[in-house]
Design a protein around this ligand. Sequence first.
Ligand SMILES: [Zn+2]
Length: 247
Amino acid sequence: MIDAHCHLTFEPLTGSLNAVLQNARGAGVSAIVSCAYAPSDWSLQAGLAAEEGVFIAQGVHPWAADSSWDEQALRRHLARSNCVAVGEVGLDYGPGRPPRASQRETFKRQLRIAEDLGLPLVLHCYRAFDDLFAMLDEHHDVGGMLHGYTRGPELAERLATRGLLVSFGAAVTRKGARRCREAASVLPLSKILVESDAPSRWPSGVTSTPSLVGDVVAELASLRGEDVSTLAMETSKNARRLFAIDQ
Ligand SMILES: [Zn+2]
């Protein structure tokens, strides 16, 4: 399995990185994509290069959007060999977030960088899908994935039609998440990724780690009436294709 989205440079994961990676391998997770949140993560993220099976995305999250980040520094980080995507990037129009114009500016600059470097996006989007699609429309060649999917089948199909992959995590394991579970059961398997979004909180109350993607794979398999091994293999294949990981 491949954990398509988490943050290994966040506590409490950083402090126990060896154990976290060992548990993940023990649980059958062969690769992990760790995402940056803000420029202050970039060096720590780059330091993960030494870890086998760890790949990184570098970028500026919409919650950290402002005009102060250094585009040349980001480009330098993205040129490193273990860097497989621009992320985590996107738009978030929830209350208390940075001004929308500032988020759009930060996202637009990173869309151009992704296009220049031929890298996919790891997207975060909340209540901003119309603007997200409009901005993506200006960069047809840029692919990517939407992380932490929680919505219904219509939006999932719209994303898939745009050529994006849809990444499922904790939300789909909640029995009450009817719409999200419906999306997970109707999307073509070739459009699906799985993620832990570690160290976020799992529905059971524990702090998520990459080893939990097995729970997501099992849940998807039962929802879709497919084998766990098929789900594991195909979602890994999707991640390897998107992030150009050859393992
Ligand atoms: Zn995240």
